[in-house]
Design a protein around this ligand. Structure first.
Ligand code: SAM
Length: 233
């Protein structure tokens, strides 16, 4: 349902504080109460997190590196980053997600051996400050390219050295799958999913003086993500 005067962002916030929170907490968790599709998405997403950690560690130790995790969800990336010694600022538009991430961090991280990520409820458009690294995984799927351009530019403005993004790639095959999905919408598909072409993302980065340095593609049966690392030109 479209919120009058609100648009995508209000719909997304509402979704991730309610049904979307319940659905994604399960997918990102480790309990058995998931169906086959959700299990496949869990696997794909865990590969994205794994690849992101590898991309980031590739450039050297994360000890003391400041990382902004924009749209942190339940902390799937923020928690392992903290374990690597990164100084993590994690935020999400959904208060429910942030509360869950904080709870899981307290359970999984041993303080003071590991410094806790700093969690805040904030949409990424309102984030400020400067970080060595900015990461934003599987968030752009909720926004059309005309919104995504501004989000990408803003995220780049927060990063000193690198920006890691994942998005659902607009390829022929995935476009087709999505269209089939729209013909037969499942009960849990409460928000629209937007695909982005790699060329569009690359153009948005170039406009603000950034270029793509590394690219990866993560696919399972029902999960597709393009993962890119961008650096200033
Ligand atoms: N990045 C996390 C991960 O990969 O585990 C979560 C991905 S989940 C599919 C998308 C998340 O983006 C949700 O937690 C949602 O609340 C958040 N989100 C959506 N729009 C946002 C925005 N404009 N600013 C910040 N967070 C946003």
């Amino acid at each position: 349902a479209e919120v009058v005067g609100g648009g995508d962002k209000e719909v997304v916030r509402e979704y991730f504080n309610n049904t979307g929170f319940q659905r994604w907490k399960k997918i990102y968790g480790d309990t058995d109460d998931v169906n086959r599709v959700q299990m496949d998405i869990r696997l794909g997403h865990s590969k994205t997190v794994e690849s992101t950690l590898m991309m980031l560690k590739d450039e050297g130790s994360l000890e003391g590196v400041t990382v902004c995790d924009a749209g942190c969800g339940t902390g799937s990336l923020a928690i392992p980053l903290a374990k690597e010694g990164a100084v993590v600022s994690a935020s999400d538009i959904s208060a429910a997600m942030v509360a869950e991430a904080e709870k899981q961090a307290k359970e999984q991280l041993v303080f003071p051996a590991v410094s806790m990520p700093k969690f805040v409820v904030k949409d990424l458009e309102s984030l400020d400050g400067k970080y060595d690294t900015v990461v934003c995984l599987d968030v752009l799927i909720h926004y059309p390219q005309n919104k995504a351009d501004g989000m990408i530019a803003h995220l780049a403005s927060l990063a000193n050295n690198r920006l890691v993004l994942s998005f659902a790639p607009k390829t022929f095959y995935y476009d087709l799958l999505k269209r089939i999905g729209e013909l037969f919408p499942g009960p849990s598909k409460a928000t629209r999913a937007y695909l982005h072409s790699e060329a569009d993302v690359e153009r948005a980065l170039q406009k603000v003086g950034w270029k793509i340095r590394k690219r990866g593609l993560i696919t399972t049966q029902f999960y597709f993500a393009k993962l890119i690392e961008a650096v200033p030109m």
